[in-house]
Design a binder for this molecule. Structure first.
Ligand SMILES: O=C(O)CCC(=O)C(=O)O
Length: 258
């Protein structure tokens, strides 16, 4: 499976501009014939939380039209990062996933809200899992801070997920946490980790970039720099079973003890 991670430099609070930029980058990526395109967290608005009333996406209708049309036009899967989804008086940090027909096959709302960026004051946490399949491969989605909760990812892997997609807005001062946590999640779950961060800054944070694709053996297959770029990687799905047979972690677990 060929992946294209769109490490966007998000324009604060400007969905129209961000959609234009994302479309340009996606159409650039298409020239390399990717199977799956991934976008970052809250990429239409950034963390412009105080203006969500004006800029959130009602019922995620806008992202459904934008990413659904591109997925159908280019016959690709799109993990459309996350957007601020407005439903009634609630806003969630919601990831959407589109198949090659342009159908929205999953919505996942971030379960662990990040207090350091005051997310819990403006958003409601999700309550449901992030499982889906693309091209018949079991996968799951998580959003940024979710990666600090290994038991949440593990639950999805125990239900079959082999590709772990992670859109993020991870700040630069904790780049070492980003790399270490993602590598651990790949090794302990013997699964591919595909993590698309944003580049650039907002009024309060400098973001890390360094989107990553990590193999189930913990090897970094591709890593972006700290600026806007498209990161490409080819992953070999069959390698997952080979690694799981070599070190049979899932057979050796002792769930009766923990
Ligand atoms: O956990 C972290 O250090 C960063 C998390 C974050 O920035 C987020 O969830 O948006």
């Amino acid at each position: 499976m060929k992946l294209a991670l769109i490490q966007l430099d998000i324009v604060f609070g400007n969905p129209e501009k961000n959609k234009q930029n994302a479309q340009t980058l996606i159409e650039h990526a298409i020239k390399q014939s990717p199977d799956t395109v991934i976008l970052p967290e809250l990429w239409t608005t950034g963390y412009d939380l105080t203006r969500l009333n004006a800029i959130a996406d009602p019922n995620a209708a806008d992202i459904r039209a934008f990413a659904g049309d591109l997925a159908k036009k280019y016959q690709i899967n799109i993990i459309a990062g996350s957007v601020a989804k407005q439903k009634g008086d609630k806003v969630t940090n919601t990831m959407t996933v589109f198949n090659r027909k342009g159908e929205c096959i999953k919505e996942y709302s971030k379960v662990h809200l990040f207090r350091l960026m005051r997310e819990e004051r403006y958003m409601e946490a999700g309550e449901a899992d992030g499982l889906f399949s693309i091209d018949d491969v079991s996968a799951a989605g998580f959003i940024c801070y979710d990666i600090r909760f290994p038991e949440w990812l593990r639950r999805h892997v125990l239900q079959g997920a082999k590709l772990l997609f992670i859109p993020a807005e991870w700040p630069a001062p904790r780049l070492d946490h980003w790399r270490t946590l993602l590598t651990c999640r790949a090794i302990e779950n013997q699964a591919f980790v595909i993590a698309c961060n944003r580049a650039g800054s907002d009024p309060e944070n400098q973001f890390a970039g360094h989107s990553l694709v990590i193999s189930p053996w913990g090897e970094i297959l591709a890593e972006a720099g700290d600026k806007e770029e498209i990161l490409f990687a080819d992953i070999d799905i069959a390698s997952i079973d080979a690694i799981r047979n070599r070190i049979p972690v899932f057979e050796d677990r002792r769930p009766e003890l923990y």
